[in-house]
Design a protein around this ligand. Sequence first.
Ligand code: ADP
Ligand code: MG
Length: 825
Amino acid sequence: MESIIAILEKIKAPLLFSSRDSYMHLPMVKDLEATMRSFLKQLQSVSFRNATQNETYAAYKSIISGLEEAIDGYDELPPGDKKERIEKALRILNELKAFVERHSFGISSIQDEKKEQNLKNGEITLEKLSLPLRFVKGVGPKMASLLEKKGLKTVEDLLYFVPRRYEDRRTVKDIKSVSTGITETVIGHVVSALYRSYRNRRAYEVTIEDGSGQLTAKWFKGNLGYLRKIFRKGVRVIMTGEVSTYLFSKDMVHPDFEILDEAESVEDLINFKRIVPVYSETEGLHQKYIRRIMAHAVDNYSQYVLSPIPDEICEKRGLRDIRGAVRSIHFPATDERIEEYNEMRSDAHRRLIYDEFFFLQLAMALKRKTEILDEGIVFRTQGKSLHRFYGILPFTLTNAQKRVIAEIEDDMGRTSSMNRLLQGDVGCGKTVVSMAAMITACENGYQAAIMAPTEILAEQHYNRIEDWSRGLDLSAVLLTSGMKTTERKKIIEGIEKGNTHITCGTHALIQKDVTFRKLGLVVIDEQHRFGVVQRAQLRQKGVNPDVLVMTATPIPRTLAMTVYGDLDISVIDECPPGRKEIRTKVFFENERNRVYEIMRMELRKGNQIFVVYPLVEESENLDLKDATKMADYLRREIFPEHKVGLIHGRVKGKQKDETMAGFLKKDIDILVCTTVIEVGIDIPHASLIVIEHAERFGLSQLHQLRGRVGRSDIPSFCILMSHRRSSEDATKRLRVMEQTNDGFKIAEEDLAIRGPGEFMGTRQSGVPDFRIAHILRDADILFEARADAFSLAEHISGLENDKYALLKKILLHRWGGRFELAKTG
Ligand code: ADP
Ligand code: MG
């Protein structure tokens, strides 16, 4: 592969030389035909790796014979015909190059074949790619540490550090014909270089001349002493910059430039006369420097890049050769379409994006496969208790709930263990669904556990579950970290002895001293608040228990595929009947009195109100009114006739319970709180939620908070208090809230505005760091890669198969960390 491209370049050189400057050099090129023929012979000696590629080979041959025709009898032709033949040959060469890159997996020369064999054992290539950057030519320890700040530690990191955008510097213009206001590139000799003083500042000015006219480059800042040293009269220089006019002269202020060695061929430049990559910069790391080390890395290491995606897949998806893609992504050929590069839509981009998605999806597919192979518990489903449970519920299940329970029961009845994600908007009734699953587990003689992220939520689960359990002769307990030692001991004992059927709790559940007698089902509520590790830890408390994770933050499909790609997904897409839409409106600080009026109206109707704050206490540099102050203010100044309660992260145990119970019993009318109430809490008479500093919350979080009201058939409202000074993004978020109540739509918007990492919250929540791929922009590629990876996983038995040894090596290299983690889960 390498050498075909190399041969093509060699053939191209004399043709290009002949054509340059309107065929000025044509008469100087002698014996072109003979030279070309010898190259052609090399091209014809290319061999095929396997016989099934005959069609490709035939196509290749026919392109080569076209080339042969173009040069046949060339030396004897008159100049006019020669031009025509050269043009034709160049056209065919481009075609051939594209063809070779497209089919690189099918063609290689014998020589390449050997090299390829060496690379195939993977060791050398991983070693080369893992080389720390400080050992790369041109990168010293100082630069290495700057690069590391950008997350670039190894040669591989560098090669996958793709340009932010590309600049078109392909055409060098005559100075005479450059246009004002446009970025142009010119070449000329320095005719003068001097300091000039303007009214209040000094500039270093370099004037160049190219035979058609003169242009002046101006520097007002930077290392002027250095400029003075290098711009000596007569020096040849190339410059790119936006052209402006000053009085009668053409100017470029702070252009990019390079001194041209008189002998140096302009063709070798990496900063000019081509499509030039522009990287994201850091203090001390400049474009030209990054380009220089990148060019070095591409020249010397891109041949080690490996991506053993099977040929069939590459062919089916039209994926080009990975090494070519790495080269092009940094230094696109002059005839490439720059728009495609700038939109990250070039073949080179597509190849690398596909690659990233494919390996992650393959890791997930294989992880899922091993988990499925683990012997799980086979539960008997549709038992008597379940029907008794449906009987004691004061409502009938929605169709969505019924469907999802059936999906879960189906999983539970299988030999393989369940690994299912249940998604559903706030208030759609996930708790009932999880209870159904827990009942099935208990009926089979197993224990069940449900873990929630906050104490309040765990308590709420407990209260409901305990209530249901009593009617079903099951015993349920609550385990949180806020408990007294003696109480805790008693509860742990019950769990260990097996007297307890269902355990509700917080992180306290995964403490070391908690052991279950026979844990068969694990439910994790509000999964996005926990990490992969915690899910694994709870799972380990049993022997291959079934796992159901639930989330009320709907996760867009593309993100779910990358974060929870190893889980089956169920969706509750329907809310219990009778729920009214929550009307939402943004208010600004100067409208606060109107907000108090609205609050008063709701209170008069006998409804309750939440007032939510982002922080617990006033911090020194944020001018946030904190929850405590606000509670006092509302109590004393605004609503003296009403009861105001307060809950935040530091209000603990009994006091918090009392307040919560008071609010639930309607002893308290207004509950001022921080985001501890964010998830799950159910207060049927709350009809209004006022969210202070709404601009500081993410969309999904706002949606969660809003879900605290509208939990019955009372018309409900959400008021978002905002500052006029809020950022554009924040304002956009708040408008989205006004427009829709649909959790999935909100999630999509949130993801688009904040990006995957922020969307999921913490790092541990498991959004992989993609180098190039973007799950929204590249969703189509993600779907393809996922389908391909999952179907490939079907054919790989535990990755032991030799045919896939290299694939496995690369997979472990890329996602090894996670993959190991997966084994513990
Ligand atoms: P979430 O999905 O947000 O966890 P919950 O399970 O807390 O929702 O349920 C929200 C409220 O809706 C609870 O009060 C619950 O009893 C009630 N609920 C659940 N399912 C139904 C249904 N099918 N019909 C009516 N009310 C329901
Ligand atoms: Mg819930």
